[in-house]
Design a protein around this ligand. Sequence first.
Ligand code: PA5
Length: 452
Amino acid sequence: MINFNFKFALKPAIGENGISYDDIKLLKEKLTDAKNNLDKLRKGGAIGLYDVPEDKQMIQDIKNMAEIFFSKGIKTLFVFGMGGSSLGAIFLRNALNQTINKTENKKMNVLFSENIDPAYLSSNLEKLNFEETLFCFVSKSGSTIEVVSQFFIVKEKLENKIKNKYKEHLMFITDKKSGFLRQFADDNNLSVLDIAANVGGRYSIITAGSLFPAYCMGLDIDKFLNGVISARDGILGRGPLDANPVYTAASIIYLYYTKKNRNMFVINTYSDYLNEFGRWFRQLFAESLGKDLKSPTPIKAAGATDQHSQLQLYMDGPQDKLSCFICLKDYGLDYNINSEGYEKYDYLNGKKLSELLLNELNGVELALAMKGRPSFRITVDKIDEFTMGELSFICMEMVPVLGNLLGINPFDQPGVEKVKKFAYLLMGRLDSSFASETEELKRLEKIEDVEY
Ligand code: PA5
């Protein structure tokens, strides 16, 4: 279960800097439009976010594929994917690796390459036993330059190391019809899973792109999807103003951004197991909403660690931030602090370490409120597949609702496409659709570097 608390986002707690619940109520029409719009996109098949989690065939395909590789003695899965094509699975590994209790031959050690630093890639490749490794390339478009270039490197290494059996160590998770990787897989009769056409990278935690690595890690993907579905039904079953936490959170972010100049949104997780969730949520937020000169900038922080790093800025820096704290009710394993005999630390004696962590968070909320700085809190009961499914869906619904309020299409990423064009151009690809980038490149090349 997941609980929201908006107390520290509202006027009674933080005073004149705050917004009131009546301000949220005034958004009723906009919120209803957002809900109707998302519903229309769902019914028209344009977005798969709501229905793909119930795709039984997808789940079966993932399991069948993994079982084949388990039976072949594959011990390591090396996943290559950029942005949304790896962050979901990395988040699940970070959150849930501790909970896995499958037998050794039913789980793999899962590694990720989400960058193209050659030295780092090499250090990972050097450690591997290729005979026991499956190299998995995840790309919705099937043509992302970072993934394709690493594919060529790995393919060559595999050919050298295990000769004609190399194809048995490659697999792809990509679009059903288009893209280079799909073509290569089909031409060579290689293992491949589909990513639903109506689910974009950053929403793909509900597809094979994340769920295949998750299953290989030993996670219970049915339980995860049940959590997604349960959150979906809970949220969609309520009207936007019917104590609906996701619509309330989106309204609060929207109002602070548009009415109170709070253009920074701090995602602050209070569990080391939610660190990668923070990275996943930041990407979902930034890539979905950063358009048309609108949208707050998401910042990732992690408590209590960053209380000794970024918090000074959040307390006394510009009044431009809204914080969202994400913590746990139950941290699982815990410690009792024994400070008996040390008078100065009497107050700590017998307390749990988790109590200290949560009281540090309470203290941050109180101190921020005292300075008229808003925040809200999301409490996750405990970390398991179900709650991580709930948490994922909550974020994947909050972002498009906010996008609708801001008048932004949360499902495209034109800025990223532009950067990709420059990379292609600089690497020597000729394409008539790069005309404006070519012109810009020529203009900038004439200007001298300012180097020391
Ligand atoms: O969320 C997104 O859409 C992006 O971050 C993509 O996942 C990323 O650019 C990788 O694209 P692809 O999956 O096509 O390789």
